[in-house]
Design a binder for this molecule. Structure first.
Ligand code: DHE
Length: 526
């Protein structure tokens, strides 16, 4: 039996405990925290879970909730036994994983092709700016897809349950981070683009970006870890780890010490040689000046707790980041280095990088959808010509339902696409809502993306996730995401006509989720 440190926890064998610990780490820690103190998901410390009891917890794990808790059993991810296992496990004290410092990073670091052996010019005929990097979540790979021909260029091996892709300032290198904190650096100039360097920066991570300021293009990469809670600055063409900085510290409001303040989104400023590092549990946005990393200057801006994802406004001056359990968006001024405003929005904002468009009345706005309700909040972002609307929620429009993950527009488009990936109703999770940004009050049109994919009726969840525009801004890509053993596809929609343009099917496209167009990601176009 497992020697429980908590006498009231239900019994488990050592083998059960080890299996549950692994499952928790892979499936649950992202939302609830390694130490289970809660963030996107509720806290699950034994004082709370034991009072609920195993039966209650089992129902919650099996069926999920409209506020974003996945339905682990009914989706087919967990069987009944696993649900029971996890319900018992979370009533035990959370084990603390080991630290991960420079020595471990160096051990994992591989330069597969050193810079001097890499091509000196582009060696392929691809229109690199229109390549898409699509996350294949459960295979630990990304698919590089030619946006012009819709053909798969290469399937590149990466870390476990890849999270995001980001580009170097030049657009040549693609950086991919796995949940296991493995970073892969892919050279898009190679005849067949592939990995040239890799490293692990911790045990769990979600974010990576590169230096974008003039004079520092392609010089540094940065990755934020969930565990250990820290960020690491690396050499931009080899991934050699240069500087590791812990984010442990005190929360913005109660100023209590937090042992696990995880690094959520990171973005590179275009205004200064700075990385914008958002620390979830302490609710702090750090502006990390990389102009001299031996004398690192960090501006600590108190924002709000449980920072998650966010993006730049159209001028790129303001970083708009969701504090998702505070139901707020923090607008951080990257030119002045200060918090401009905390803005109240709907329940659990989840913008991805958000969507920028010009509203007929309010001028430039940045928009976010919500996990916890059906609204889309519009925030004015032009303090010069539209001062009275700036950094306020100027409108709240109604979408299909809660469970929204991503929302997208493009400077050349007059459409706003809103997914409802995590809504428990398959009708909603398998379709997207499209608004005309010139007439938002007219409501939305529903596109049946999963149906358009024409996949076999194999019981797959076929969740539609993450609208992403191509380079030209005239087509929008979606993933139709089913479990590992079920068929998935990508669906491409013509932005003008809102008609189906192409379906990309390939047996290698297993569990596609996020996708990142090279040009739009490189230049923060969204
Ligand atoms: Fe994500 C972005 C964390 C679950 C797909 N996700 C992010 C970012 C963070 C984050 C911190 C911002 C990175 C940045 O911009 O630097 N995501 C988490 C979690 O902690 C969470 C809730 C649970 C977990 O265990 O990981 C989680 N995310 C998911 C998924 O289940 C998704 C839908 C599918 C998948 O591939 O895992 C998913 N997350 C994405 C995508 C982005 C993202 C596609 C990038 C959005 C963008 O437009 O930049």
């Amino acid at each position: 039996m497992y020697q429980a440190t908590n006498p009231k926890a239900p019994p488990m064998t050592q083998a059960e405990f080890d299996r549950a610990r692994q499952i928790y780490f892979e499936r649950c820690a992202g939302c609830h925290g390694v130490l289970r103190k809660g963030a996107t998901g509720k806290p699950l410390t034994p004082d709370i879970t034991q009072s609920k009891g195993t039966d209650y917890l089992k129902v919650f794990i099996a069926y999920g909730s409209p506020a974003g808790m996945p339905n682990w059993q009914t989706s087919g991810d967990f069987d009944e036994k696993t649900v029971d296992l996890m319900a018992r496990y979370i009533q035990h004290d959370a084990p603390t994983p080991p630290e991960f410092g420079l020595a471990q990073m160096k051990q994992s670091w591989k330069v597969l092709i050193p810079p001097e052996k890499r091509p000196t010019r582009k060696m392929n005929g691809y229109n690199i700016a229109n390549i898409f990097s699509t996350t294949l979540r459960d295979t630990g790979e990304v698919a590089l897809i030619d946006g012009d021909t819709k053909q798969v260029i290469n399937i590149v091996k990466t870390g476990y349950a890849v999270h995001i892709s980001r580009l170097s300032a030049s657009g040549r290198y693609l950086f991919v981070i796995g949940r296991d904190a493995k970073i892969n650096m892919i050279d898009l100039w190679m005849a067949q683009p592939d990995n040239v360097a890799e490293i692990r920066v911790g045990l769990e991570a979600r974010s990576v970006d590169t230096s974008k300021y003039k004079g520092f293009e392609d010089k540094y990469a940065i990755a934020g870890s969930y565990w250990p809670p820290q960020y690491t600055i690396m050499n931009g063409d080899t991934l050699e780890p240069l500087k590791i900085v812990s984010t442990r510290g005190n929360t913005v409001d109660t100023q209590d010490y937090h042992p696990e303040p995880r690094v959520a989104s990171i973005v590179a400023s275009h205004f200064k040689p700075e990385f914008v590092v958002n620390v979830k549990e302490t609710g702090k946005t750090l502006l990390v000046d990389y102009s001299n990393i031996d004398a690192l200057k960090v501006t600590e801006i108190g924002t709000a707790r449980f920072l998650h994802d966010g993006g730049l406004d159209a001028s790129k001056r303001y970083f708009m980041v969701a504090a998702n359990q505070s139901n707020k968006i923090a607008a951080v001024d990257l030119k002045e280095g200060k918090l401009t405003k905390l803005i109240d929005v709907g329940k659990i904002p989840h913008p991805g990088r958000g969507a920028n468009f010009t509203h007929p009345q309010y001028g430039p706005v940045w928009a976010t959808g919500h996990l916890g309700d059906e609204t889309i909040s519009l925030i004015g972002t032009d303090p010069v010509k539209h001062a009275k609307y700036a950094f306020r929620q100027v409108a709240q429009i109604k979408g299909q339902g809660g469970g929204n993950l991503f929302i997208k527009s493009h400077p050349k488009s007059s459409h706003l696409y809103v997914d409802t990936t995590l809504n428990p109703d398959p009708k909603l999770s398998q379709s997207v809502a499209v608004f005309d940004t010139r007439a938002l009050d007219k409501g939305y049109q529903v596109l049946p993306i999963a149906q358009w994919a024409g996949l076999p009726d194999d019981g797959g969840a076929k969740r539609v996730v993450q609208p992403e525009f191509n380079r030209a801004g005239d087509e929008v890509w979606f993933s139709v995401w089913s479990a590992k053993d079920k068929a998935s596809a990508l669906v491409v929609v013509d932005d003008k006509t809102l008609k189906l343009k192409a379906v990309i099917k390939d047996p290698r496209l297993i569990t596609p989720t996020g996708h990142f167009n090279v040009h739009n990601t490189q230049h923060d176009v969204y």
